[in-house]
Design a protein. Sequence first.
Length: 317
Amino acid sequence: MRTYLDFEKQIAELENKIQELKSLAEEDSSVEFQDEVAQLEAKARDALQQTYSSLTPWQKTQVARHPDRPHTMDYIRALISEFTPLAGDRYFAEDAAIVAGMGWFRGRPVMIVGNEKGFDTESRLHHNFGMARPEGYRKVVRLLDLAEKFGLPVLSFVDTAGAYPGIGAEERGQAEAIARSTQRCLALETPMMAVVIGEGGSGGAVAIATANRVMMLEHSIYTVASPEAAASILWHDSARAQEAATNMKITAQDLHNLGIIDDVIPEPVGGAHRAREETIARVGDTLENALADCDNVPGDRLRKAREAKFLAIGRDL
């Protein structure tokens, strides 16, 4: 059953009516509903196109958080062959909030890291809703070391509300682990490509997104803090999250205009959750082209270009 967002009420009504008519037609083949169904489908397509062509930042936030959007494991299953998961930070424990490993991407051996939120209650609890602890970021550092040792490009899939803020994570050095992961991304001498596929929340996202190319899906968001957290900090009122989302410039379009990200990957009409396979294929094509641009580029040049890219952010604003 499809999950509809608050602003999709008209679309929901039309699509539910279409399903009712189709069900009636199956029950009684003597009744013809083809013309009515065709008219309603046309109206639903128009409503979907109109709605998604003018989403507000808060509506994009809702789309970015949609539970049916493709998650990191969906991209891995579709794009990576012979995926071999690698676990543990060799200091404390495994962190399932970040999935990582090696595999083949369209004929290339690659290292993959990414946040995994889970798709039902059990898996969301297992993956801690994609919110990594220090051991998750230390695992990333370990695997980036491995990627550089064997000359593997790194693909990063970002989808987290932020790093886990629990007491245990803070006691084990959450801030230091995030900083070390970010530092290791900057120093990497192989190509690194990052895609924000849903939410890119705070330092928890930056820690695996400090890449040569940073891309975002059209209806994803990338934030210094969630709109709810920002509203609580700025106005002591989380109910002003919509206002915060607008003022913070968190959409892919705003961030591209500001030079924070490099590319916006278009989503099918209605968002990634309505056409998962098509979305994944578009992300794959974009990653393939980005990696091709780095072919035969020496490692020190990749590193220096990445450092220069991030040092330049905000200088011309």
